[in-house]
Design a protein around this ligand. Structure first.
Ligand code: GLU
Length: 491
């Protein structure tokens, strides 16, 4: 096993957007594959017919792509056609394979058809509970010869296929995250492999697929730890080699409850929409239960790949700290070259309907001015909004300023100063000089000086510092706004 190529998989159930917990599972598998030069495989676990949808599958694939994780086997992200030698990679297309495997266990006497009704199972359960025994099924069909069961099936009776738990022994899992975990086999009773509809259950498909897809390592959510017992029994029954398992820490919200939709945005899609960068989300999510040996907190995907190994996975619960995510996001955002940052910001600005100069020199100056105030890409919208070459909306709190007796004269002087400026844009220095000259010529100061100019520029008396905004506004926009505001002054 030692020199075998690492093959890991991410196996989402397509029942909604990709959750950040799922993204972390995907990422650890991906990082481990890349770190070891192995293969990362995407398998779609869509046997829950009621909840799985093709749309969810597409959404999760889109989210994984957004995060930059590429799989070498699995559905092609665009065509959804399977790529790889171990397909199909959608469980709903592997039903024959599961049937054959069930058949094999039936023939070997390791599984049996069980005709118990739900009512019969419930009666047994209640009786077991009353007698203080674990509520496990004790099927009268356990030792029926397969021919006898076949006769009933031929008559049209419905049966599930149950695995026969025979050996009374401890199963020991050498978990890569938790160390040795021991499960007594009597923790579980004979369990279902195929439902009476013929649909397989998760524990069964998972083992068949991981074995046939030659998966070597499985990093997955802690909630699957208890499934490992049934899965180990199945590996043993099929005589398939057991992959190495690592059950990850749970992710808690800031209230120390398991992270869920109650905590607000938890899907990758929400984070994308709210202006988080995929590299920041990867970085942040990687640190939920893993730490860098170099104690780095800000890591690129390349650094994550280089540093990731399972020896630094931590079994104790990780807390999803929104503030840390914001810090990680702001740090990645500020490190982006302006050209790249603009590409990422632009869709948000367009969506908000802002009309901004197309000139890249202007764009980069604006980004330089604003990026230290941005936590997310979306923050750009309010920062850029005053610069939009659209009419300014005059806020109600400007009324008081428009009523100062000196306001008209101040704005007239402001206009005159702009008209005299030689270039299309005022420099910060020119702006400061102009403001000083208005102070002297109009004999105003403080509120009477600053607020009318502010209203003439952004339509309201408070907001981002003008010395930052004005140099980014074309003369013609400044003049148009000043006129717009002047026309609102009575008298
Ligand atoms: N489909 C399972 C899930 O989404 C995968 C479990 C596993 O990795 O074995 O939780």
């Amino acid at each position: 096993m030692a020199d075998q190529t690492v093959r890991v998989r991410f196996a989402p159930s397509p029942t909604g957007y990709l959750h950040v917990g799922g993204a972390r599972t995907a990422l650890y598998n991906y990082l481990y594959a890349k770190h070891t030069g192995g293969e990362f495989i995407l398998r779609i676990e869509d046997t829950d017919e009621a909840r799985s949808t093709e749309e969810s599958m597409r959404m999760q694939i889109a989210d994984l792509q957004w995060l930059g994780m590429k799989w070498s086997e699995g559905p092609d992200p665009d065509s959804l056609i399977d790529v790889g030698a171990y397909g199909p990679y959608r469980q709903s297309r592997r039903l024959d394979i599961y049937k054959e495997h069930a058949q094999r266990l039936l023939e070997e006497g390791q599984a049996y058809y069980c005709f118990m009704t739900d009512e019969e199972i419930e009666v047994q359960r209640q009786a077991a509970i009353q007698q203080g025994r674990p509520p496990q099924v004790n099927s009268p069909y356990r030792d029926w010869p397969i021919e006898k069961a076949q006769e009933r099936l031929d008559k049209g009776d419905k049966a599930v296929v149950r695995f026969k738990v025979v050996e009374k022994r401890d199963y020991v899992l050498q978990d890569l995250v938790r160390g040795e975990v021991t499960f007594p086999s009597d923790m579980v009773g004979d369990f279902v492999l195929l439902r009476s509809t013929g649909m397989p259950v998760y524990n069964f498909c998972c083992v068949v697929d991981d074995a046939l897809m030659k998966i070597t390592h499985v990093f997955r959510a802690e909630e699957h730890l208890s499934n490992s017992l049934r899965q180990m029994m199945l590996y043993h029954a099929f005589n398939y080699p057991l992959p190495k398992f690592g059950h990850l820490s749970v992710v808690l919200g800031s209230d120390k409850q398991k992270l869920s939709k109650r905590h607000g945005a938890t899907s990758c899609h929400d984070y994308a929409q709210n202006g988080y960068l995929p590299e920041a989300l990867n970085n942040f999510v990687a640190l939920l239960g893993w730490s860098s040996p170099a104690a780095q907190e800000i890591l690129s995907m390349e650094e994550l790949i280089a540093q990731f190994d399972y020896d630094r996975l931590n079994a104790s619960p990780a807390v999803f700290d929104e503030q840390k995510l914001n810090w990680v996001n702001a740090t990645h955002l500020r490190a982006l070259p302006n050209e790249e940052l603009w590409k990422r910001v632009e869709p948000f600005l367009n969506e908000a309907g802002l009309k901004l100069p197309a000139d890249s020199g202007w764009r980069f100056r604006a980004l330089d001015a604003f990026k230290t105030s941005m936590t997310t890409l979306k923050d750009a919208v309010e920062l850029f909004r005053p610069l939009s070459e659209t009419p300014v909306s005059i806020a109600t709190e400007s009324e008081e300023v428009l009523g100062f007796p000196t306001t008209r004269a101040v704005i007239e002087a402001w206009k005159a100063g702009i008209e005299q400026a030689g270039s299309d844009y005022l420099t910060e220095e020119q702006f400061n000089k102009l403001q000083d000259s208005i102070k002297d010529s109009q004999n105003v100061k403080g509120k009477q000086l600053f607020q009318p100019i502010r209203v003439a520029v952004i339509g309201k008396p408070q907001g981002t510092e003008l010395k930052m905004l004005v140099p980014l506004m074309h003369k013609r926009t400044l003049l148009a706004r000043a006129d717009q505001v002047l026309s609102r002054i009575k008298g």
